[in-house]
Design a protein around this ligand. Structure first.
Ligand code: ZN
Length: 241
């Protein structure tokens, strides 16, 4: 995949499949709108109970093609042990300066998995550093993304915004279906999820719940730190009662 194209949007996950599961519908919607979108996975997934880093790379490439993203990168940080330290921040700075995204999609910082918590902290700090002209990265110019939204899918958290992904749900499920190593039932492999776990049901239920809240079939929820501006409160996009 292209390694030096400027993109409009960078969606970041700790592990291959995080972006697809939490915000794959939004990623595809942005592609459909004509934006150039890239995915950055911070680890290769070598600590997963199922599959291998090599297999998960093939699955990630499959999913990227289905979502239609411009490119997909991997920072190669140690799976399950992501640290927000200088060396890792600088790896992220180089990617930010290479791709020059305006919008970042990050995982919400309060989560059970340490990698999911560390990923947004690391990337937020890298965004700041990436804008500093005295932080040296050779030929790569300083660049700071101007907007960040945090995916809150599957978290018990009231989102700031919900994006309608009704039209994108089929593609989202197809992208997630690339990850056979993680989700395909197999009695010979270690049990990662409870026997009754069905990834499609999990995704559809969460998206249906959030879609219901905006009077659409399916939605993906996000948190935005900043206060939103509107011009016309008579035409708020949601009903109050
Ligand atoms: Zn993950």
């Amino acid at each position: 995949m292209a390694k030096d194209d400027k993109v409009d949007v960078l969606a970041v996950g700790a592990h291959r499949d995080d972006v697809e599961i939490t915000c794959g519908g939004t990623v595809h919607k942005l592609v459909q709108k004509g934006y150039k979108v890239a995915i950055l996975d911070l680890t290769m997934g070598e600590m997963g109970s199922r599959g291998s880093a090599g297999l998960r790379e093939e699955e990630a490439d499959c999913a990227a093609k289905i979502l239609g993203v411009n490119s997909r990168f991997n920072l190669g940080l140690p799976d399950a042990f992501i640290e927000n330290k200088r060396e890792n921040r600088m790896k992220a700075v180089k990617i930010l300066r290479q791709l020059k995204p305006e919008l970042l999609i990050l995982p919400y910082p309060e989560q059970r998995h340490p990698d999911h918590r560390k990923t947004p902290q690391l990337m937020y700090d890298a965004c700041h550093l990436s804008g500093l002209s005295k932080v040296e990265t050779g030929d790569l110019e300083p660049h700071r993304p101007s907007r960040i939204i945090y995916s809150t899918s599957f978290l018990q958290f009231k989102p700031s915004i919900i994006i309608d992904i009704t039209e994108q749900m089929d593609i989202k499920l197809k992208a997630v279906a690339c990850y056979d190593s993680q989700f395909k039932p197999d009695p010979d492999k270690p049990v990662v999820y409870p026997p009754a776990f069905d990834i499609n049901e999990f995704i559809l239920t969460d998206a249906r719940y959030h879609g219901f809240r905006i009077e659409k079939k399916y939605g993906e929820p996000f948190f935005v730190k900043e206060t939103m501006m509107i011009d016309d409160p008579v035409n708020l996009s949601v009903r109050s009662i």
